[in-house]
Write a protein that binds this ligand. Structure first.
Ligand code: ADE
Length: 216
C-alpha cells in the first residue's frame, strides 16, 4: 500500500487500506482514556522527583520549544491567552487528504501531535501520508511539534490493545522531509528498564520540531 494517495478507481489498494483502517477504528472503540492516563501520566512514568523520568523529559522538550518564541511572558499569561482563543474541538481524520473535511482558513500557525499518528497507521507509508495530510493544515512558516513512540508495536488502554507501527528515527525524519518540513530539532529518550511496565513495548520516545518553509 506504499505510494501516493490512490486515485478514485485504484480499487484493490483502497479496499485493503480501508479494511486495516477499519480495524484501527474498531480498536479505539474499546480505548479507555482513564487507563491510558494511568499507564502513561502517573508514576512511575510521571515521577517529577526525577529529571530522568519520561514525562518530565517530554514536558521539558515542549517547554523549551514553546519558550523559544518571541515574548518571555510568564506561563500563566500564555495559559490565559490560549484558553481565551480556544473556540471549538473539531473531529479530524488524518487519513484524509483534507483531514478536517474542508480547508482551514486561515491555515494554522502550529500543529502539536503526541503519540497519535503512529498509533493510527498500519504501516510506515500510511504514517508518512497522515503526516503530510495534517501538515497541509499549516501556513508557510508554520511549525509542527511531534512527540511519539519509536519501535512500538502496541500499547494498552484498559481492554483495548492498540496496534502501533514500529518506527525508526529515520522513518520520522524521512516522513517530515517528504511532507516538505525542515527539521529544527530532533531528540529521543531511551525508555529505561524501570519504566518498561508492560503497558506497551516502546523502545524510545522521540521529540521533533519542524517547520514549513516560508513561501518564496
Ligand atoms: N506516552 C503516551 N503514549 C505513549 C505510548 N503509546 N507509548 C509510549 N509512551 C507513551
Amino acid at each position: 500500500t506504499a505510494g501516493p494517495d490512490p486515485a478514485p478507481g485504484a480499487g484493490a489498494n483502497l479496499v485493503i487500506r480501508d479494511g486495516r483502517l477499519a480495524a484501527v477504528r474498531e480498536g479505539y472503540e474499546r480505548f479507555d482514556p482513564r487507563a491510558y492516563l494511568q499507564n502513561n501520566y502517573v508514576p512511575p512514568r510521571a515521577d517529577f522527583s526525577s529529571e530522568d523520568c519520561v514525562v518530565p523529559w517530554k514536558l521539558r522538550c515542549l517547554a523549551e520549544t514553546f519558550a523559544s518564541g518571541e515574548g518571555v511572558e510568564p506561563w500563566q499569561e500564555k495559559e490565559r491567552r490560549l484558553r481565551g482563543r480556544l473556540r471549538r474541538i473539531l473531529p479530524i481524520d488524518v487519513h484524509r487528504p483534507d483531514p478536517l473535511g474542508s480547508p482551514l482558513r486561515p491555515p494554522a500557525d502550529a500543529l502539536l501531535s503526541a503519540f497519535c499518528l503512529e498509533a493510527v497507521s498500519p504501516d510506515r507509508a500510511t504514517f508518512a501520508r497522515a503526516l503530510g495530510h495534517v501538515g497541509s493544515l499549516l501556513r508557510p512558516g508554520g511549525h509542527a511539534v511531534l512527540l511519539g513512540a519509536l519501535g512500538e508495536s502496541f500499547y494498552l488502554a484498559g481492554a483495548a490493545r492498540l496496534p502501533v507501527v514500529p518506527l525508526a528515527e529515520d522513518d520520522v525524519r524521512g516522513a517530515l522531509a517528504g511532507a516538505g518540513f525542515v527539521l529544527r530539532r530532533f531528540c529521543s529518550y531511551a525508555m529505561p528498564p524501570a519504566l518498561r511496565t508492560g503497558v506497551d513495548d516502546v523502545d524510545s520516545v522521540f521529540f521533533a520540531h519542524a517547520q514549513k518553509p516560508m513561501e518564496a
